[in-house]
Design a protein around this ligand. Structure first.
Ligand code: V47
Length: 390
């Protein structure tokens, strides 16, 4: 029988975090009272060496914001990543995936290529999400994506289309000479249902100037998500940690998302990502340690009190640390993915996909209950822990 919130808060964990010498006990009191934590308090969490207290704090915030019956749930989705091209006009220093148009490794898939590619996936009938992101390539503008989404909806009507970052939407709007709102409405008519969280990187102008000066600004990224929310599309948000940003800059990124969410309310999930360094120009000395990954989760959960879910993208974080993250505010591990290319181009050592059984086992072995969701967190199946896990 899963512990109730009362068991958890009245138990050893609470005694541990409220002991007089605990440096985080004042923040714990604020979390229990539902008060927002400040920038300085978020810094205190990053600087705290007592990792168990950091975990208890973030897990308490998660528990208090989750309906009682869902408190041991960990969400996953049967999804399939599609990257129609690797050709991109941008030159982001962290990107190992992008190729120039003339590169022998450049590719661009036609609409039929994409449909054929999905058709080759043996479990396509039980898929619930396409995750579609790509490069900025003038040959694949708005018209291409209208055709692609219509074709995917025709062949796979049961699959939700989560596609196109704010960076791509801005680019297609400019190419077509129309507004971002018109672009979103055109794509929505063709089958687009939500936006992924990519392209956010780190909002701080100092970091963007250094690593992706030609990309839209953080303000523009937030504005486009706000517009999508107002037009009825939910979205996700990411942070790409490990670019040389400071704690303060990570915290300001989360605070800007919290402000946007107060205004437009459409973010479903926040995903702190990890940079990988093969084949790009970022100094690997900025790599995140496991402890930092866990603190990124904890601080995100604490600041983003208005975003319901926090994801450990197991491809970036690794399966083992994703399991540990489930005690640091995380309640989602993404999904089957099937074929991840962006982080793999940069050297992540995770597998490229997980089967449903792999995901269930990973979550059961972390002591939690796996729940298959759709993109918008509607529950599709709950998988109670069996007596024996193989
Ligand atoms: O935006 C680029 C990042 C992101 C590297 O919305 C890199 O559910 C690591 O946004 N090392 C794409 N990362 C991934 C993404 C995402 C993933 C999972 C779920 C969702 C969601 C969104 O990958 C890019 C960029 O920030 N990236 N280069 C690199 N070298």
């Amino acid at each position: 029988m899963a512990a109730t919130v009362v068991d958890r808060l009245d138990g050893l964990k609470e005694q541990y975090i409220t002991r007089p010498s605990n440096p985080l006990k004042h923040i714990y009191a604020k979390v229990l009272e539902g008060q927002r934590i400040s920038r300085d308090e978020a810094i205190e969490v990053y600087e705290c060496d007592d990792l168990l207290s950091v975990g208890i704090l973030a897990d308490t915030a998660r528990i208090l914001r989750t309906p009682v019956e869902n408190r041991d749930y960990v969400y996953w989705v049967h999804n399939f990543h599609i990257n129609p091209t690797n050709i991109c006009e941008l030159n982001c220093k962290f990107c190992s995936y992008k190729k120039g148009e003339k590169s022998p490794f450049a590719y661009a898939m036609s609409v039929d290529d994409v449909v054929d590619h999905v058709n080759q996936y043996s479990a396509k009938d039980t898929l619930s999400e396409f995750h579609i992101v790509s490069g900025l390539y003038p040959e694949q503008g708005l018209e291409y994506y209208v055709d692609l989404f219509k074709a995917l909806k025709k062949h796979f009507p049961h699959v939700h289309i989560k596609g196109l970052t704010a960076v791509e939407l801005d680019y297609f709007a400019k190419l077509a000479g129309i507004t971002v709102e018109e672009t979103i409405l055109t794509l929505k008519d063709a089958g687009l249902q939500s936006l992924p969280g990519g392209g956010a990187e780190v909002f701080a102008p100092r970091v963007r100037e250094e690593v992706c000066p030609s990309k839209i600004t953080g303000e523009q990224w937030l504005d486009i998500h706000g517009k999508a929310h107002k037009l009825g599309l939910k979205s996700n948000a990411t942070l790409l940690a490990g670019l040389g940003e400071t704690y303060q800059e990570r915290i300001d990124h989360a605070l800007a998302l919290r402000d946007q969410q107060d205004l437009t309310g459409g973010f479903m999930c926040f995903i702190p990502l990890n940079c990988y360094y093969e084949g790009n120009k970022i100094d690997p000395a900025h790599a995140q340690t496991g402890v930092e990954n866990l603190k990124n989760f904890a601080v995100s959960r604490l600041i983003l009190d208005n975003v319901p879910h926090l994801k450990a993208f197991w491809i970036h974080i690794g399966e083992k640390l994703s399991q540990v993250g489930l005690n640091f505010g995380v309640d989602d591990v993404d999904g089957t993915v099937v074929e991840e290319k962006i982080a793999h181009a940069a050297g992540t050592e995770s597998a490229e996909h997980m089967t449903k059984q792999d995901l269930l086992t990973m979550i059961w072995k972390a002591g939690k209950t796996p729940v298959e969701r759709d993109t918008t967190y509607q529950i599709l199946n709950v998988y109670p822990r069996p007596d024996k896990i193989d």
